[in-house]
Design a protein around this ligand. Structure first.
Ligand code: SF4
Ligand code: SF4
Length: 462
């Protein structure tokens, strides 16, 4: 007999498990054979020896860029890990020195060197503060690629793990298995596993919300006028922050835009690039370039800041590529658009990857709302990419600092436009017993959109 919850049930399928909503015969099937085939597609390439060098930057180029650092130390107070650990090796200046020693062969990739470099959040706060214009992001990415060369057996494992995270469909199937793993006690068992990364993964998995497959294809405009836009939905974010995609489509279609979510789009490549696999990142980027070709100069809209930054750097900036906040700020809105007033204090968090288009102005369009910037926005929240998995203690400490600041503001809602930050805030708030809703700005705007048709409103899964 399948076990039931109030909303979902699981039925045994000859080849796996099918998830069905009560009263719904369609459901979502998770046949084991599909997962096996997809896993094979991830693991086999990961185990295949790489014959081409996994480095976009040569040691000479890396040393040339690193030499631009004059060791002035002006970046140190801006670095979250230096502020936490007060150790030169965990500062931008110290890391640049380590990278120089690694690239010149003075130091070998010892576990200690790896530790200091892997503690870097890649938040690039140091880059903004640097008067010499050192491209720290390029240095640390290239250093990670060098470290992967000598990572031994860990290298294919890491590569397989990143492939798994960035494979949207498979990751989606796995997240939809989580309730089953939780009910059968498997997740609890993994939380007691001797391997720390496994325990950490199980901890994080219990925080991941479960949604149906994200939409793809064309959603027509509901009012006349605006043309069409393309939507980039990312990999992990498309699964764990599905309501954001629904909200964006709803808002844009009511503004008169047909919204196209190309099915063949893939991960932006940021996860691979920041973890030392630049060629995989380039391959994903190339694939996206083929998907997002457009005969017309329609906008290509991103929802998550980290994906936006990666796409922007890969496309060398194109006016077509815009964050949803920038697009909404720069596009005239239909006169029929009105927002239901909301008396609430809204803290606006800026992800490290944010491009500068603050949603503050956008949110001011909602009558009664008091949006304000969260203090110390320039310091990373610790939710960057895979950081909570690789550096759980530091991620927790940085997250707790944010929660303490947020508590003081007496905010009712926190908005952020990064999936990593959203997960980090939700997890830390839950553990601190703090009940503040975390939303993407577009979710809040769409929720308050007064379309004079109550039945037409979004039903949020959160
Ligand atoms: S990227 Fe962030 S964590 Fe890394 S050195 Fe720069 S400021 Fe520090
Ligand atoms: S990275 Fe820039 S700010 Fe930091 S020590 Fe080097 S030159 Fe100074």
């Amino acid at each position: 007999m399948p076990r039931r919850t109030s909303r979902n049930s699981y039925a045994r399928h000859p080849a796996g498990w099918c998830r069905k909503k009560d009263g719904d015969d369609s459901g979502t099937c998770l046949p084991a054979v599909v997962i096996t085939i997809r896993l094979t597609a991830i693991i086999v390439p990961a185990l295949t020896p790489i014959t081409i060098p996994q480095q976009s930057v040569t040691p000479e180029q890396l040393l040339k860029e690193a030499d631009r650092c004059v060791k002035c130390g002006l970046c140190l107070p801006h670095c979250p890990t230096y502020r936490k650990l007060a150790n030169e090796a965990d500062s931008p200046r110290g890391r640049i020195a380590l990278i120089q020693a690694l690239a010149s062969g003075e130091l070998s990739p010892t576990p200690t060197l790896r530790l200091h470099l892997s503690r870097c959040l890649n938040c690039r706060a140091c880059e903004t503060a640097c008067p010499s214009g050192v491209s720290y992001g390029e240095l640390i990415d290239a250093a990670h690629a060098m470290l992967q060369q000598s990572a031994g057996i860990k290298r294919p494992l890491r590569r397989a793990f990143l492939n798994l995270l960035s494979e949207r469909k498979l990751f989606g199937h796995i997240t939809r298995l989580l309730p089953l793993l939780s009910r059968t006690g498997v997740l609890r068992l993994i939380k007691k596993a001797p391997s720390k990364p496994l325990r950490q993964l199980a901890d994080l998995a219990s925080e991941i919300p479960v949604y149906q497959t994200p939409p793809s294809g064309l959603t027509p405009a509901t009012t006349a006028g605006g043309g069409s836009v393309q939507l980039f939905i990312g990999c992990i974010s498309s699964q764990v922050d599905r309501p954001v995609i629904d909200a964006a489509i709803r808002l844009l279609t009511h503004m008169g835009f047909a919204v196209n979510v190309p099915k063949q789009q893939v991960c932006c490549g940021a996860l691979h690039r920041h973890n030392g696999f630049p060629q995989e990142a380039d391959r994903l980027s190339e694939q996206n370039r083929g998907v997002f070709v457009s005969p017309k100069p329609t906008a290509l809209i991103t929802l998550a800041e980290a994906c936006h930054k990666e796409l922007l750097e890969q496309t060398q900036s194109t006016p077509r590529l815009q964050t949803i906040s920038a697009f909404l700020l720069n596009t005239p809105w239909p006169e029929t658009f009105h927002f239901t007033p909301l008396k609430a204090r809204v803290a606006v968090h800026h992800p490290c990857s944010a491009s500068g288009d603050s949603p503050l102005t956008l949110l001011q369009r909602i009558p009664g709302l008091t949006p304000f910037l969260l203090p110390e926005n320039a310091i990373c929240c610790g939710g960057a990419g895979s950081y909570p998995l690789t550096q759980p203690a530091l991620a927790q400490s940085l997250g707790e600092d944010k929660i303490a600041l947020l508590k003081e503001t007496k905010a009712d809602i926190l908005v952020t436009s990064s999936t990593g930050c959203t997960l980090q805030f939700r997890t830390r708030m839950k553990r601190a017993g703090l009940d503040i809703e975390v939303l993407h700005p577009v979710e809040l705007l769409t929720r308050q959109l007064d379309l004079k048709s109550k039945s037409d409103r979004l039903i949020f899964s959160l």
